[in-house]
Design a protein around this ligand. Sequence first.
Ligand SMILES: C[S@@+](CC[C@H](N)C(=O)[O-])C[C@H]1O[C@@H](n2cnc3c(N)ncnc32)[C@H](O)[C@@H]1O
Length: 255
Amino acid sequence: MQHRPSRTGDGSWTLLHEVHGEGFHAREGAWTQALLRYARECRVRERAEELSRAGATRFRLLDIGTGLGLNLAAALHELEGLGLVLEVEGFERDVCVPLAALELPPEEGPAGPFVARARAALSSWLDAGAPSGAWIEAHGLRLSMHRGDARAMLSSLPLEPRFDAVFLDPFSPKVEPALWEVDFLREIALRMAPEARLSTYAAGSAVRRALHAAGLQVGLGARVGAKREGTLASHASGLPPLEPRQARRLRRPWP
Ligand SMILES: C[S@@+](CC[C@H](N)C(=O)[O-])C[C@H]1O[C@@H](n2cnc3c(N)ncnc32)[C@H](O)[C@@H]1O
């Protein structure tokens, strides 16, 4: 078994990677991180309300490192009652991760029904033989999982339709540097709708500079649990500003 179950501070479950030791989520709360760092920071509900008023019927999410499906469960939570279908293009290299997630105890409290739906959709995908890039419509979402290295596969996704939010949640730059490089981030940027936000827990200068070099505005992500800040990126202005010293670093010539 490569991944070990671990209960986090808010009672929700995550996995620990037994090879490099990183948790899949923050120790203080996996669900809290999914909801606050990803779904809320990307303003999923506000964007969805705007899209709905403009006549849209779906919300498009790019989910890099789908893992246990907790982040996509948080997006489902935010869309509840709006009548929009969540359409997710998810990238996951290791099929053992969603498989291990299906063995975890059910989540309790407000996360419960949404995590159950995300796990059920991942289970349908696994039952179908984990096809790469095939649409599965189940449990109130449309899901297309891309199985393999996101870096190698993302550029083959069409540029349209664009994504309304991006959850960038691979392992850390220390462990998984390729998914934080500017070429990959540029492929993401090309597929983001003008008002879409990308959120990530990473807050180092190298990641922020790479997002900026990829053509995005870069802003300060909120404190979530013990993590003092994260990073937001968008084509649109209006993100919470970085500290002046951090903002100056972005303007240094690249690389
Ligand atoms: C921090 S966990 C993500 C947790 C997940 N977002 C969730 O909500 O449960 C990182 C995930 O990225 C996946 N991953 C790592 N490198 C990858 C790559 N190059 N391409 C696609 N997925 C990758 C890992 O297998 C792992 O499931």
